[in-house]
Design a protein around this ligand. Structure first.
Ligand SMILES: [Zn+2]
Length: 566
């Protein structure tokens, strides 16, 4: 089964990483036994279906093309992987208060359930199942909604105080009790001074090794930012990276703070840029203004100034750490979140090509094998999956954005309100398909690619609705599926329960739904958006039955990084 991860095989070896810096507040509340009394000391139970839960994450080797790197860059890359590993440790402290105490208990569980629980503990960065609303899968400790960011025992009055106080609610402070029992905010750079200093040192060492000026400048600025908690300059420099190695490292997303969503969690992506892919991407991006002009809507609704506002990078992941590695693996991300950087430079989309390929093989291909008509199955294609994701991301930059309605300046987002995310995701998905047809017409792809694209897209719809239709991505995919069924562009084979694409009807059906979505965006028509969602974002019995057939297929990969060294 799943390999025993090094940190679980030797947990004691890691305790030193979180030792408090001299004079600073202890970095991990877990070193204080009194704070962790809630862990208790009985033998923790393990959920009965632990083996099935673990099997949902297929261990998968992630390899990157690093052979072309000159020796100095390869040496810099090794330093960056080391730096990223520190993000793992810091995220453990953020996600799992009293980690050492809990881990010691999990270590003591005997039998096969114990082994599975330990592997699953590593995947989830704690005893709480990220797939199932953070219910414990081992032990009976309820998940502290404030994770390791706040004391566990906040009163309602203290919660209000945190919301009202700029330092307590800041992105990069930890909230702890002071000696009088009140609350105080400690900046990350102070609270985690020792591990962050080591991380900063590794970034500086990598900076000294690399021949890339943009990477060198970013690393030096980022090293400073880790300790000062002032990320602005380094986020700006991150936007300008133009280097064979790209790294994203530090505190970014706030989802781990389930209490308020204020606190940033540590993570890292260490990646290498594929020069061939970057060249190809530049050509696609050059087509954005042309694609905008081809959109199936009236000229007045087109937005000639929109294309190309955000850079896109295609990279191979060498190592990922922290927040992004917990639970479901990221295949594309969009950073930074700092609005000041977004105003000045936009944001950057990074597509992790090798992770995408791994998910295709472990998830999409088996889904297709189960649900796509036998004679169309050979058309499932990793390249088509990648291109759809790429054109989806580019598609967010096409179509209506800022609007003028009755002489009033507004935005699609403001007009569509709570329907915006579902409609915007549907638009981007449809563009992910439509763009392939447009560019094929310009000679970018052979005609056979259209078949591969349509069939792979169909399998992708099942992949996305598999987790329900409660949120934007699931809804957007249900809309597309139900629309294509209604239009006869996707057909059910009653005798096998499998689906096939009708290649004659498919492109027209995609374009018509795209037209509808673009028009309601251009008109800021929230009522029409609601109507579309109510009619099509549904789970008909036929789709539900199809999804039942996917029960044995992995939900995600568990990455095993082959180029990150030991
Ligand atoms: Zn999207």
């Amino acid at each position: 089964m799943s390999p025993c991860l090094p940190r679980l095989c030797g947990p004691l070896a890691l305790l030193c990483l979180l030792a408090p810096a001299a004079g600073a507040q202890g970095p991990s509340s877990s070193s204080n036994a009194a704070d962790c009394a809630w862990i208790g000391d009985g033998a923790p139970s393990v959920v009965a279906d632990i083996a099935a839960r673990l099997a949902a994450y297929a261990p998968t080797e992630i390899t990157a093309s690093v052979a072309h790197l000159p020796p100095a860059e390869a040496a810099a890359l090794r330093k960056l992987v080391e730096a990223a590993r520190i993000m793992d440790e810091l995220f453990w402290a953020q996600a799992c208060p009293c980690r050492e105490e809990i881990e010691a208990r999990v270590q003591a569980i005997a039998g096969p359930g114990g082994e599975a629980a330990r592997s699953y503990f590593a995947i989830n960065f704690g005893p709480w199942d990220r797939r199932f609303e953070r219910q414990p899968f081992v032990g009976d400790w309820p998940h502290p909604r404030g994770a390791g960011f706040y004391p566990r025992d906040l009163t309602d009055a203290e919660k209000e105080l945190i919301q009202a106080d700029a330092r307590l609610s800041a992105l990069q402070t930890v909230v702890r009790r002071d000696e009088q029992g009140g609350l105080r905010a400690i900046p990350y750079g102070e609270f985690w001074r020792e591990p962050l200093s080591r991380c900063a040192e590794l970034l500086r060492e990598a900076a000294a090794l690399t021949g890339s000026e943009s990477l060198r400048r970013f690393l030096v600025a980022r090293a400073d930012a880790l300790l000062s908690d002032d990320t602005l300059e380094s986020d700006m420099l991150w936007m300008d990276l133009d280097s064979p190695i790209e790294i994203t490292i530090g505190p970014y997303e706030t989802y781990e703070d389930d209490l308020f969503g204020y606190k940033a969690a540590f993570e890292a992506f260490v990646t290498v840029v594929d020069p061939v892919e970057s060249e190809r991407l530049a050509r696609y991006k050059g087509e954005l203004p042309w694609l905008e002009a081809q959109l199936p809507i009236a000229e007045v609704h087109k937005n000639p100034h929109r294309g190309g506002e955000s850079p896109i990078r295609v990279v191979d992941e060498v190592y990922s750490a922290g927040d992004t590695k917990a639970g479901i693996q990221t295949i594309a991300f969009n950073l930074p979140n700092d609005e000041r950087v977004r105003e000045a430079k936009g944001s950057k989309k990074v597509l992790l090509r090798n992770v995408m390929n791994a998910k295709f093989e472990q998830i999409l291909r088996p889904i297709g094998a189960e649900l796509v008509a036998v004679d169309q199955r050979a058309r499932l294609d990793a390249e088509a999956f990648f291109l759809h994701t790429l054109f989806h991301e580019m598609g967010h930059g096409l179509g209506p954005g800022r609007l003028m309605l009755d002489g009033r300046e507004t935005e699609v987002r403001l007009e569509l309100k709570d329907t915006y995310s579902t409609i915007e995701e549907a638009k981007a998905d449809l563009l992910g398909s439509w763009t392939v047809w447009q560019l094929q017409g310009k000679g970018y792809f052979p005609a056979e690619h259209l078949d591969r694209q349509a069939v792979t897209y169909l399998a992708g719809l099942f992949r996305s609705v598999r987790f329900g239709i409660a949120e934007a991505h699931g809804q957007a995919n249900a809309i597309q599926f139900n629309w294509l069924r209604e239009q006869g562009a996707v057909l059910l084979e009653p005798e096998t329960g499998r689906y096939r694409v009708d290649m004659d009807r498919f492109p027209g059906a995609i374009e018509e739904l795209l037209r509808r979505v673009l028009v309601l965006q251009a008109e800021g028509d929230c009522a029409a958006a609601r109507e579309l969602i109510a009619k099509y974002a549904t789970m008909p019995a036929e789709l539900f039955a199809a999804l039942q057939r996917l029960a044995g297929i992995a939900v995600d990969i568990q990455p095993v990084f082959k180029d990150a060294g030991a």
